[in-house]
Design a protein around this ligand. Structure first.
Ligand code: TMP
Length: 211
């Protein structure tokens, strides 16, 4: 793959959107992306037209019946497969860069550690959906569960956010475990915005240097 693939992960309310916006502004202003290439911002679930429909099936709270855990897992995998084939692989092949708000780490954390589904099953589906495409770097924006709940107090919750404190604590433990991987960088998201931004920028500079 010629381009770079950057992912942001974290529990709900960790500030991914803000940091993705900041990073994209900085990348565009610094010419770190080769002149003829572009930056694509995307997300899971919902990075494609089909994915938008899957997102609403997954997160809509108006339905009387929720999908069961395996159905939920398969819907996230379907969203990812379409996302990889329609957006991620073609973009990287052109040498363009991608920032994705969530990727495989979210499934391991939410469906693996949160729902307690079998990790091997999740990884098998991950292999099918990604066909070997993995991020160059994943940032975990780390906030305590209590802070996540506090930050979202006046926000309308989606179906997953409604799961409550214990579920979120398990998801958070999952993210902690995943962030031990060398391609993950854990950033404390309760630091000042300036500190978070500069930590992210310095990791991106390292990534380019070590390519
Ligand atoms: P968002 O609010 O960050 O857009 O994410 C949507 C919700 O979907 C969020 O609560 C996390 C959840 N999610 C999973 O449970 N599994 C996954 O694989 C992904 C990508 C997201």
């Amino acid at each position: 793959m010629k381009g770079k693939f950057i992912v942001f992960e974290g529990i709900d309310g960790s500030g991914k959107t803000t940091q993705i916006n900041q990073l994209s502004k900085w990348l565009i202003s610094t010419n770190l992306i080769p002149e003829n290439n572009q930056l694509v911002i995307t997300r899971e679930p919902g990075g494609t037209e089909l994915g938008k429909s899957i997102r609403s099936l997954l997160l809509d709270t108006s339905k009387t019946k929720s999908p069961d855990s395996i159905t939920e897992l398969l819907l996230y995998a379907a969203d990812r497969s379409q996302h990889v084939n329609e957006i991620i692989r073609p973009t990287l092949n052109k040498g363009d860069w991608i920032i994705s708000d969530r990727f495989c780490g979210s499934t391991l954390a939410y469906q693996g550690y949160g729902r307690k589904l079998d990790i091997k099953l999740i990884k098998d589906l991950e292999n099918i959906a990604t066909q070997g495409i993995y991020p160059d770097i994943t940032f975990l924006l780390d906030i305590p569960v209590e802070e996540s709940i506090k930050r979202r107090i006046n926000r309308k919750e989606d179906r997953i956010e409604k799961e409550g404190r214990e579920f979120l604590s398990n998801v958070s433990l999952g993210f902690q475990a995943l962030s031990e991987d060398s391609k993950w960088k854990k950033i404390s998201a309760i630091n000042s915005k300036e500190n978070i931004i500069s930590e992210i920028q310095s990791e991106i500079k390292k990534l380019i240097k070590n390519k």
